[in-house]
Write a protein that binds this ligand. Structure first.
Ligand SMILES: [Zn+2]
Length: 317
């Protein structure tokens, strides 16, 4: 294994590197937001549950609807202010699932999901972060219509960035759930696992939700211990990624494996084993003799693995 194999230019991580200025100072001015929503250069992203609505014109897919186009689709269930792209306002609009169903018969619209949009590159990469922002925020509204404190119906305020309870006056903010995703490393090898949900050939990093009262490092060590029975020592932060399924923040790390024997927790994952850097390089390049693969470049797992293949255990320095 060369010290640093040449894997070519690093592909772009999905949903990250947003070009949107969230312009939070606009959120408390409802009249201004209503006006912005009617601007000629305003763009709406249309989402219903897991579905995203795209315009389909001459086989070119476009995720942005003008105010007039958006109004012609269906009455919005929710509208949230995402921010400004340059000077152009961007909003997310949530529609009912029933409305989305009726669009499936139309040949001027394509209904798909955000994973497919990212993996297949159906729209320009600059649209992925605002689509992720819209999907996570609209999903939060859909699941938080009642006050968790007193049970009364809550009302959206602040351009969709808060819900207030008129009964007990509690203010509720959108949630982001931290997930640690990590590669446990010993020398030139590391542990990958398989979820039963994966394609049969795919192996990936271990991952799990950080729990209340835990640091990122503690969550990494606990998850590695629980899922594969490996004791982890040093933990190095690598990078993070918004993951709007429904509203996670993936926190990518490399971890030092201090023990060797793998004991798979079958209630969490299907299988796990050690992989050498050489084998991982073949998987990243889609040249593995048994067809084994890593997750696609839109996922942070791809980049966590790639950095280890490139830099070896230097990732733990
Ligand atoms: Zn309340």
């Amino acid at each position: 294994m060369p010290i640093r194999p040449n894997l070519g230019p690093s592909p772009r991580l999905g949903y990250a590197a947003s070009e949107i200025d969230r312009a939070a100072h606009c959120r408390d001015d409802a009249a201004k937001l209503a006006k912005l929503a009617e601007n000629a250069n305003t763009g709406f992203y249309i989402i219903g549950g897991e579905s995203v609505v795209l315009k389909d014109r001459d086989n070119a897919l476009d995720p942005l609807f003008s105010p007039i186009e958006a109004a012609a689709l269906a009455a919005p269930r929710e509208r949230v202010f995402l921010g400004l792209m340059g000077q152009a306002p961007r909003f997310g609009v949530g529609l009912d699932a029933a409305a989305i169903e009726t669009f499936k018969a139309r040949n001027d619209l394509k209904i798909t999901d955000l994973r497919s949009i990212a993996v297949q590159g159906l729209v320009g990469a600059e649209h992925l972060p605002p689509l992720a922002e819209a999907k996570a925020l609209l999903g939060w509204h859909a699941r938080h219509r009642f006050c968790p404190n007193c049970g009364a119906p809550t009302l959206p305020v602040q351009g969709g960035w808060r819900r207030d309870c008129p009964a007990c006056k509690a203010e509720h903010f959108p949630r982001t759930d931290p997930v640690v995703i990590m590669l446990a490393i010993a020398g030139d090898r590391c542990v990958l696992g398989r979820s039963p949900r994966f394609a049969p050939t795919m192996w990936s990093c271990l991952a799990g939700f950080a729990e209340p009262g835990e640091t990122i490092e503690e969550a990494v060590r606990r998850e590695v211990r629980e899922e594969v029975g490996i004791v982890a020592g040093r933990v190095n932060y690598f990078a993070s990624q918004p993951w709007p399924f429904p509203s996670s923040l993936m926190i990518g790390c490399h971890a030092e494996a201090l023990s060797e024997t793998i004991v798979v927790d079958r209630s969490e994952i299907e299988d796990a084993r050690w992989f050498e850097r050489e084998e991982l390089a073949l998987m990243l390049a889609r040249g593995h003799p048994d067809g084994l693969t890593t997750p696609p470049p839109i996922a942070i797992a791809h980049h966590i693995i790639r950095r280890f293949v490139e830099d070896g255990c230097n990732v733990l320095r």
